[in-house]
Design a binder for this molecule. Structure first.
Ligand SMILES: [Zn+2]
Length: 416
């Protein structure tokens, strides 16, 4: 059950409560709704109260990030709130690309020749592409939003897919990877990354892949990760006791010897997020993807972003959750558009310059309730409002005068 976040009259966090309790409090007038998303109530009289430590656990993904609050009760660790945050990396990339192309064509149209001008800009250390930076900002926004509505004691983040340090050492110094089941998961994650999640021999995808020895064990092949690849069941069976070269795939043998170099770059966003989370001053636990999967499969939990988040790190080994828990779905939408006017396909201005997006205390994107007393659209409507120039705003395909509107949730760059 998704718990309700609670703050006291001085807006300090209290222990999240059961939704039935919050309904009681709201009905008795002892509390008021403070935010719709995430649902938060403010107690009118209470000051302070007992809290148990709550951990925020994060599984950052390229499309969707899992965010889960885990309370450390006397009965054990329990998921009390979860969300899945969908990023807008691709939308940012597309917008920047189209702007760049229009600018390019505008500058090259009917102009004299100018010497090429490039390579004359600098990027700050730790620069990330805007689409990646937006993911870091999305997550840290939500960490801040949760941190003051909930008694956070620690943060856990999945930092890397697999333990690079262990892996590199394994490939360089040849430590055998037979030190228990957990290492097996780390090795598998590493191999999935290295072989692009497909069979190294026939390239088939979306089939169960088996860890396979390039030089078979029976021919003296080792258990080192540099001797391992992934094959589908059929290829593995067909290859039998042949080496990869004998099986007609010398390139597999060559690729296996190269350590995975770009893994560090793949993980750049996660490291940037890790540095950002440390700035909160809370203890930050880091975990690997191998560990997350190990924890999740040992509990028999299904795959979901919020469940992966709950299973992050060492503390994820004992977490309890209900698979029917419904997480809050959050989608990053951005706040406004920087464009002053919409261009046509050639980059020429197509519309009038944009007008203000705020009027009469409302802003485009605010979630509002409209109670229209009479006319064709009489009744109660809930939706996102769009500001128009005349004092009558667009709501769900018709116009409503602002005097009938009440804000339920301010536009905050996300949709729910
Ligand atoms: Zn195959």
């Amino acid at each position: 059950m998704q718990r309700v976040l609670v703050i006291d009259k001085h807006k300090r966090p209290l222990m999240p409560c059961h939704p039935a309790r919050s309904r009681e409090l709201l009905k008795a007038g002892k509390a008021a709704v403070f935010r719709r998303f995430p649902f938060t109530i403010i107690l009118k009289e209470r000051e302070g109260g007992d809290t148990q430590p709550v951990a925020l656990k994060i599984d950052p993904g390229s499309k969707t990030t899992g965010l889960t609050l885990v309370a450390d009760f006397q009965t054990g660790k329990q998921v009390i709130w979860a969300a899945e945050l969908t990023h807008r990396g691709q939308a940012i990339r597309d917008a920047l690309l189209s702007r760049r192309q229009q600018r390019r064509s505008r500058r090259q149209r009917k102009t004299r020749y100018r010497a090429a001008r490039f390579n004359n800009r600098r990027r700050a250390a730790g620069w990330l592409a805007p689409s990646l930076q937006s993911r870091v900002e999305n997550i840290s926004t939500w960490v801040v939003r949760l941190a003051w509505k909930c008694p956070l004691a620690s943060i856990s983040q999945e930092l890397v897919r697999f333990d690079m340090q262990l892996m590199q050492n394994a490939e360089i110094s040849g430590i055998e990877y037979q030190q228990g089941e957990l290492q097996g998961y780390e090795v598998r994650e590493y191999l999935l990354e290295k072989w692009g999640r497909q069979c190294a021999y026939c390239g088939v995808k979306d089939l169960p892949l088996e860890v396979e020895h390039i030089i078979p064990k029976t021919r003296g092949g080792s258990h080192r990760v540099s001797n391992l690849s992934l094959a589908c069941h059929d290829c593995n069976k067909e290859k039998g006791t042949q080496t990869a070269a004998e099986f007609g795939h010398p390139e597999v043998q060559a690729k296996a010897k190269q350590p995975l170099r770009d893994a560090a770059a793949v993980n750049a966003t996660r490291w940037a997020l890790f540095e950002r989370l440390k700035l909160t001053g809370l203890p930050v636990e880091s975990g690997t993807g191998g560990r997350t999967k190990f924890n999740r499969i040992h509990h028999g939990y299904p795959k979901a972003h919020w469940i992966d988040a709950a299973c992050v790190g060492e503390s994820g080994g004992t977490v309890k959750l209900s698979a029917t828990h419904r997480p809050l779905l959050i989608k990053a939408t951005g706040r406004q558009s920087r464009q002053m006017t919409r261009p046509d396909q050639y980059g020429f201005p197509r519309t009038a310059a944009k007008i203000s997006s705020t009027a009469y205390g409302f802003k485009t994107g605010d979630l509002v309730q409209a109670i229209v007393p009479k006319g064709k659209h009489a009744g109660t409507h809930v939706g996102r409002v769009a500001i128009r120039k005349r004092p009558s705003f667009a709501l769900k395909g018709f116009d409503v005068h602002p005097k009938y509107l009440k804000v339920l949730h301010r536009s905050d760059g996300y949709s729910y």
